[in-house]
Ligand binder design. Sequence first.
Ligand SMILES: *Cc1c(COP(=O)(O)O)cnc(C)c1O
Length: 363
Amino acid sequence: MPLPDFLPALLRPELAELHAYTPVAGHFPVRLDANESPPLLSAEARAALARAAAPEDWGRYPDARALDLREAIAAHCGAEPDEILAGVGSDEVISIVLTALSRPRQGADAASIVTVSPTFVMYKLSARARGMRVVEVPLDAGWDLDVAGLRRAVDFALPNVVFIASPNNPTGALMSEDRLEAVVTAASDALVIVDEAYIDFAPRDQLALLRKHPNVAVLRTLSKIGLASLRIGWLIGARELVAELDKVRQPYNLPTPSQRAAAFALRELGGELRRAAAAVTAERERLAAGLAALGLSVAPSHANFLWIGTRRPAGEVFEALAARGVLVRSFHAAGGRLAHRLRITVGLPEENDRLLAEIAACA
Ligand SMILES: *Cc1c(COP(=O)(O)O)cnc(C)c1O
């Protein structure tokens, strides 16, 4: 059915270039495509989470301020509750930031953002959906920040927001501290969001930058450490910034079960979550060694996935693996240096063994 006559004139023109985000459908015995945690939580922890999640009254709206959850997050991160904005995953936090900071600079007809490539796709999607311009600066050959390129982009685009994920998705690399700080300094007139979605698998975080530079905010999420079903992510930033962003947030954005389960997990399951992350990190190193032994190039990763180079075109390897029941993530459609790259989420030991056996036959 064609669109009703009146609609095309009303849709944002940017929608013509966007696609709805649809994970690959179908049955795959081994799914290593979405950077979720493998099921490592104990039966006791899962039962306790289910008990903690149940609202006292299913008929009431959630706590609009998510106060108990923000207190738990703040204690977990060494911040204050009014320095925390919690959202339906960091995806929602990204959209809140961009809605609030979408005012064009004086004389410009649209606001812009600067980010790197390749990186997490939601920065661009969310910005384009709001009519913002997106300037992407390629990472260098070691998948680290190109400071000179980013400086030029910041000077030329005058972005409202700069997004840097560290560790980055899909490359797994932590950004060099000195380079990240150089970008933060170069973009002193913009909000720099440092996305730490994978920080639980990395040796250091960037919270010190936040305390040192007033233009920095940090993003975190529960999605990669075994609690993706809750959809809880948050921003840590100056309380004055958080207060402005909070005006854009839907009042009841976080369902009661998610608020309650997340607060419980942060307070009571810390040991178990850390052990699960440590198990994933150890498995990551085993998987990396196994892939390297097959002659594949494996970039050093500080996340819960690996970024590998394939000899055959990545699209072909992706299809061959999928036909064998193993789903990974390919970015070959972007072409260039991504045409021979795959991102593989670290799974359970038996899933990783299956991946190794199948990729040996087709990469
Ligand atoms: C997975 C991911 C997120 C997480 O988003 P949620 O909405 O919290 O699930 C954020 N940033 C990056 C870089 C990611 O890879």
